[in-house]
Design a protein around this ligand. Structure first.
Ligand code: PMP
Length: 405
């Protein structure tokens, strides 16, 4: 045994490892253990594992741009021009021009004064919320907001009041209970990641002005999918009104990274106060080059967005015709099953038929609301969508579970 491990044992005995193992055993017993599976991507919608091909129905690559020649070219050019790594935090080692270009274009795209790129959407949420909120602020957060919003709220030490999902009346009651002049933030996913529904941002905006609160929307799943691709604020015609539009470069934009689009004061404030921005090495030129190229594609090639919308409509029709309720609002199709056991059974059935439809279980969704979260992209074709819907319908029937949302 290595010296450091011996020391650890002397210090803690076996107790800590035993505790970790018990936690893992609990997960195994509750059918809730997470494991990593290796897949080799073939293109934007197909992957390979042990020489068998699978159809990917569980990615957020909504516009199918990860294999687009123009985007790959953007990544290659970025690396060739500026190297493979950025070498440090942007405040220390400098900002290479691709960052400036991307932030300028993102601000234009989101109709805001400025934008700031973070390393991931997760870091953007955590770094933004913990910077703008402190223990004297109250945050009003939709109960189904993404984990990175929840973690940002926790880190901020602000008072957090979670309101029932999209329940504007409930939110109003909570807002009324807080001093009018106290600092407040309302924060919501634009498109909810596990449900695919759209936040009532117009109503949230009205409340934010009535009760003197900042309004922040997380467009991780809304950019490239709604509001003509521009996201939730654009969907409601509120781009100039929403205080903070946050998003990710890792889903529709086929790269990796996050961003915040807002007015100059907020962006300058984040550059100075956001710890996940300040204390982390910047993204690589290839990441930024790919995101910038993807943004150009989204803005200039309307066929991509049209293909996505056609596929969303087609998949919703297909599911509905098989008695599985679905809406055509967004590319996220949550198939609510219920128990972990049934959900895993459906997921395995799909897998054996060559389809990846991951079982989504607690804590990602509430206990008893496990589901298969299917996503369609601009790169799927109708034959693939038909196959997925038919296989899913068969699985639900054979396993005799609900399949309802
Ligand atoms: N917000 C939401 C709503 C998300 O679903 C996700 C990722 N699943 C994130 C933020 C984090 O984005 P990223 O993957 O770029 O860290």
């Amino acid at each position: 045994m290595s010296t450091w491990k011996k020391n650890l044992y002397l210090f803690s005995g076996d107790r800590m490892y035993k505790f970790f193992q018990e936690q893992l055993d609990n997960k195994i017993n509750n059918l809730n253990l997470r494991t990593l599976t290796e897949y080799c991507p073939i293109d934007a919608v197909r992957v390979k594992r042990n020489d068998k091909e699978y159809l990917m129905m569980a990615s957020n690559n909504y516009l199918g741009l990860t294999f687009d020649e123009r985007v790959i070219e953007g990544a290659i050019k970025g690396a060739q021009q500026y190297g493979t790594g950025s070498g440090g935090s942007r405040l220390v080692s400098g900002t290479f021009p691709l960052f400036t270009d991307l932030e300028r274009e993102l601000a234009k795209f989101k109709n805001t004064e400025k934008a700031l790129v973070f390393n991931t959407g997760y870091m953007a949420n955590v770094g933004t919320i913990s910077a703008i909120a402190d223990k004297n602020m109250t945050i009003f957060s939709d109960e189904l907001n993404h984990a990175s919003i929840i973690d940002g709220c926790r880190l901020s030490k602000a008072t957090v009041k979670a309101y029932s999902h999209c329940d504007v009346e409930k939110l109003k009651c909570l807002l009324k209970q807080v001093d009018r002049n106290a600092r407040k933030l309302i924060v919501t996913d634009g498109v909810f990641s596990m449900d695919g529904d759209i936040a009532p941002l117009d109503k949230l905006y009205e409340l934010s002005r009535e009760y003197n609160a900042l309004l922040m929307v997380d467009d991780a799943h809304a950019t490239g999918t709604i509001g003509n691709g521009h996201g939730t604020a654009a969907y409601y015609g509120l781009e100039k009104e929403v205080d903070i539009q946050l998003g990710t470069l890792s889903k529709s934009l086929g790269s990796v990274g996050g961003y915040v689009a807002a007015n100059s004061t907020i962006i300058d404030y984040l550059v100075n106060m956001s710890r996940s921005f300040i204390f982390s090495t910047a993204l690589s030129p290839a990441d930024i080059g790919a995101a910038l190229a993807a943004l150009h594609v989204l803005e200039s090639d309307t066929s991509v967005l049209r293909r996505l919308q056609n596929n969303v409509n087609y998949m919703a029709d297909c599911l509905n015709s098989m008695g599985i309720y679905a809406t055509n609002e967004t590319p996220i199709f949550p198939i609510l099953i219920g128990s972990n056991e049934d959900t895993l059974a459906v997921s395995n059935h799909l897998y054996n038929a060559g389809i990846i439809g991951t079982a989504i279980r607690p804590p990602t969704v509430p206990v008893g609301e496990s589901r298969i979260r299917l996503t369609v992209t601009a790169a799927h074709n109708r034959e693939q969508i038909n196959y997925v819907c038919q296989t899913l319908s068969k699985a639900i029937k054979e396993l005799n579970c609900e399949g309802s949302i």
